[in-house]
Ligand binder design. Structure first.
Ligand SMILES: [Ca+2]
Ligand SMILES: [Ca+2]
Ligand SMILES: [Ca+2]
Ligand SMILES: [Ca+2]
Length: 387
């Protein structure tokens, strides 16, 4: 018969083995790291297993980051609303799980909170907004004037509807200088209705306009890229375009643009011209019949340059729009000019200019008024190349 001490040692060894087993197989996983937009809903889902015992408690604790209110923190799945932030941040949560054998395991998870919507890493160049029925928020009427603007567009995809030819839907957005923004618009009309998507500053000056025409049954996505010269409040306004009232909902949101060069309004004079880099396209838009878009480039002596303009208005009956593309020297002398008819699917124009003296030269894009032509409603690009 084993001595008492031997029996005691064996018992301790067995207990140690069980304890060891229990801890080895007992695991918890707090889930994959997540990225959400400020104000978004977050659900943390943990998984845990104690093969030799049963789980007695879950506890989610935030161990780093802004204050949040957790619900379900004593269950396997906790949720909270991401804090409202002005700069990207990270929250770190820990899930602690106990079992009835005295085991305890923990795991951490990071939640990255971003000011702007996260860009799909699989498709970083052309993020597509969700269709209107998947919008995260609804417009709140009345939102028909600047002072009634809805204010959550930067945090949400908003779904709205243009009720009649006088309904304007105003959405306020805080933008900063130095960042390019993309207004993503989605709507499926399948008829003659069309939307006008406008950007205004706080003085109600129109900075950009895009008409969205959709005569197909498919969702029509349209992007309007803008840059602003000063930080502050700006307004995205959706309305019917040219009295063609759409009947279906639309979705609109604002994200950071994947385009590196976008015109910065107001750029309506030589002194406020946007600087171009040779061989790098810039995207712009002629907002109305008085909008001029000035772009400057540095030319070297005795060099020939190509000014390449690309734009198309070939959408429904808006095809009669026309641009003028002009080249000036720094004394405002017109060196070259061409109209661009937007009626072709791929409308483009190429102006070749020989530069005698080194200096700063200017390209000006504007509405080309001629018989029957209308103000363009679609974006264009301009590129200066060395010939
Ligand atoms: Ca509305
Ligand atoms: Ca409205
Ligand atoms: Ca413009
Ligand atoms: Ca302009």
């Amino acid at each position: 018969m084993p001595s008492l001490i031997t029996r005691l040692l064996v018992s301790i060894f067995v207990v140690a083995l069980v304890s060891c087993d229990s801890t080895d197989a007992f695991y918890v996983d707090a889930g994959a790291d997540q990225t959400v937009q400020t104000g978004g809903a977050v659900t943390l889902v943990g998984t845990a297993d104690s093969p030799d015992g049963s789980i007695t408690s879950y506890e989610w604790v935030k161990i780093s980051g802004e204050i949040v209110v957790l619900t379900g923190e004593n269950t396997s799945s906790a949720s909270f609303t991401a804090p409202i932030i002005t700069a990207d941040t990270v929250l770190i949560f820990q899930l602690m799980v106990n079992d009835d054998r005295g085991g305890r395991v923990t795991d951490d998870v990071n939640v990255f909170v971003t000011v702007l919507p996260p860009v799909d890493p699989e498709n970083p160049t052309d993020p597509t907004p969700p269709p209107p029925n998947q919008a995260t928020s609804l417009e709140t009427e009345p939102n028909n004037i600047l002072s009634e603007a809805n204010s959550r567009i930067l945090a949400d995809t908003i779904s709205g509807q243009v009720a009649n030819d006088t309904d304007q839907d105003w959405f306020e957005v805080n933008l900063v200088a130095g960042t390019n923004y993309r207004i993503q618009f989605a709507g499926s009309e399948g008829s003659e209705g069309r939307w006008g998507v406008n950007v205004y500053d706080t003085s109600s000056s129109l900075l950009a306009l895009m008409a969205v025409v959709d005569n197909s049954s498919a969702v029509s996505n349209a992007n309007l890229d803008i840059g602003v010269g000063a930080a502050g409040k700006y307004y995205v306004v959706v309305e019917s375009y040219n009295f063609s009232v759409p009947t279906q909902p639309y979705a609109v949101t604002v994200i950071t643009s994947p385009i590196s060069k976008v015109e910065i309004e107001t750029n309506d004079s030589l002194l406020t011209a946007d600087a171009l880099t040779i061989a790098e396209a810039i995207t712009g838009q002629v907002a109305n019949d008085t909008d001029q878009d000035w772009f400057s480039f540095s030319a070297t002596e005795s060099t020939n340059y190509q000014i390449l303009f690309e734009g198309s208005e070939d959408i429904s009956d808006l095809a009669s729009a026309e641009w003028n593309v002009n080249v000036y020297d720094s004394s405002n002398n017109l060196l070259a000019s061409t109209p661009v008819d937007g009626s072709d699917v791929a409308s483009s124009a190429s102006l070749n200019v020989g530069i005698g003296a080194a200096g700063t030269y200017y390209i000006v894009v504007e509405y080309g008024p001629s018989v029957l032509s209308e103000v363009p409603t679609q974006p264009y690009t301009v590129t200066v190349n060395v010939l």
